[in-house]
Design a protein around this ligand. Structure first.
Ligand code: BYC
Length: 481
């Protein structure tokens, strides 16, 4: 075994020499049955015993790290995989810039580091819990397989954070690892830590939007943590990012396929007006304005995950060298930001106003701005597809003040263009901006399972290529076995 290849002999595949680390191995083996119980209780509600064509990480070599095969989900090899170390790596930002990256937890920052790892860890099982019922209404075997792939990898990401807690944080790390299995998405008494992870993912359009917008927050946060001066966290996040890319692919192509199917059906039926919702829905497809409303919802929920506009936590984590900026190592400045400013949208005397704030306090917003830019690229692709199919409609990202629950704009109501509305106006117009009860009922009605190989539900187009280049009629999940 070396750092690139993974040791598959034991219960827990790993490239961290677990076999030589009796204490951590024992702690993880003790945690394992609780994890499996959690997976049975809170993981996918159906097809747990069906062989699923899944990829499993067998290496951390970027050129070929995964193998595909049929696996029953509870038997998936959830391993601990860290990207190879960078020789002589130095801390790249903050007060310790230029010092060797930490291989052990820096004592003075222990609590801050633990909190970041626990929050990251908490989101992983939360998303599996949110998505557990979706297998019952999959639009195809291809999509069912993709859902399960995302789920098992989120499970692996929980393992990744639990390894860090068990290895580096002693008794309190063990307690936190236990607590990660106890909290439940949406539970009134023991909810998950961040707002968006307690929301429902009621249907497949929401699932795809979640993987577009919320997994993309995951990408941004992992990129920021991959810059960490705490080297084991950096290496862990670097490998997680490899897997995360597929989750966003699932979301972006999922929404893209829904948009394509809608536009094609409209064209075939001779419907030009995208807002003739009743006529479009009669075709058994999802009208474009409703897709936009779902995007509005999931984008705004995901913006909340960046925290407050002005954040001492973010400033402290950067100063300490624990959490950097998006691609910090590619930025050209002093990487200390002590005397810099950053422009941030704030609520000043009731108006949305751009204000220069100390760059350290504005770090959450800087990451959020990078995120918004990244989101726009997905919108561009969907808009090009709409245009190509000859339909007049444009998807737009809503304003950052729209429908917020965290930060300065939580106290106001704004429309997707960023105009401030009175409470009464908001109540009157809310259903123009966000999915209404009748939208939900309509979408729910469409969510009938289609589990015949090569077949797809009426509202979604087939993918351009199969997973692992498999043909269109490939049996991605062997339902009958
Ligand atoms: N909900 O100083 P502030 C992923 C709390 S997703 C509830 O602005 P900070 C994935 C905050 O905790 C990525 N509470 O916060 C995606 C703080 O509480 P305390 C997950 C919130 O720390 C899909 C207080 O408000 N990873 O991987 O600067 C599927 C003051 O706020 C929320 C991370 O998030 C909220 N939305 O920023 C699967 C990375 N926002 O300490 C997986 C680690 C804020 O006063 N986390 N609060 O009690 C962080 O870096 C930061 O904790 C946050 C918040 C960016 C989340």
């Amino acid at each position: 075994m070396n750092i690139v290849n993974v040791d598959y002999d034991g219960l827990i595949p790993n490239n961290v020499e677990l076999a030589r680390d009796a204490r951590v191995k024992k702690a993880l083996e003790k945690w394992h049955p609780g994890y499996i119980d959690w997976w049975h209780d809170m993981g996918p509600q159906v097809f747990q015993q069906s062989p699923v064509y899944l990829r499993t990480a067998v290496s951390v070599d970027p050129k070929g790290w995964a193998k595909f095969d049929y696996v029953r989900m509870p038997e998936y090899k959830w391993g601990i995989l860290l990207a190879p170390p960078v020789e002589d790596r130095k801390i790249a930002f903050g007060a310790h810039r230029g010092e060797p990256a930490w291989q052990e937890v820096p004592g003075e920052y222990r609590a801050m580091l633990r909190r970041l790892i626990v929050i990251q860890g908490d989101t992983e099982p939360a998303s599996v819990e949110q998505q557990r019922h979706l297998g019952k209404t999959a639009p195809s075997l291809y999509d069912l397989r993709n859902l399960f792939q995302v789920n098992v990898e989120e499970g692996r990401h929980l393992w990744a954070m639990v390894y860090l807690l068990q290895k580096y944080f002693g008794a309190d790390g063990r307690e936190e690892a236990e607590a990660l299995l106890q909290r439940r998405s949406g539970d009134p008494d023991t909810p998950r830590m961040l707002g968006a992870f307690n929301e429902k993912t009621p249907d497949w359009l929401s699932f795809f939007m979640f993987t577009v917008f919320t997994d993309r927050d995951g990408k941004m946060q992992l990129e920021a943590l991959a810059q960490s001066g705490f080297d084991p966290l950096s290496r862990t996040c670097r490998f997680m990012l490899t897997e995360e890319a597929h989750h966003m692919f699932v979301g972006e192509t999922g929404v893209g396929r829904i948009v394509e199917r809608t536009c094609t059906a409209m064209k075939d039926a001779g419907i030009e007006d995208a807002y003739d919702i009743e006529a479009v829905r009669k075709l058994g497809v999802i009208d474009l304005p409703t897709i936009q409303k779902k995007a509005n919802l999931h984008f705004s929920l995901s913006l909340d995950l960046f925290g407050n506009e002005i954040s001492t936590n973010a400033a402290n984590a950067f100063h300490a060298g624990l959490k950097g900026r998006f691609r910090e190592d590619k930025l050209e400045d002093d990487h200390a930001l002590e005397s810099d400013t950053y422009p941030v949208l704030r609520l000043v005397d009731g108006a949305i106003t751009k204000q220069d704030v100390p760059a350290l306090s504005g770090l959450n917003m800087r990451l959020r701005d990078d995120y918004v830019r990244d989101c726009n690229s997905g919108f561009g692709r969907w808009n090009r597809a709409v245009e190509k199919l000859g339909i007049r409609f444009e998807f737009k990202l809503p304003h950052v003040a729209f429908h917020r629950q965290i930060g300065e704009f939580a106290s106001i109501k704004a429309d997707p263009a960023g105009n401030i509305l009175s409470d009464a106006e908001w109540q009157k117009r809310r259903d123009e901006f966000l999915p209404s009860d009748s939208d939900r009922v309509f979408i729910e009605g469409l969510m009938q399972p289609e589990l015949t190989p090569a077949k797809f539900a009426s509202w979604i187009a087939p993918p351009k290529v199969g997973i692992d280049n498999k043909p269109g009629d490939f049996e991605y999940v062997k339902i009958a076995e």
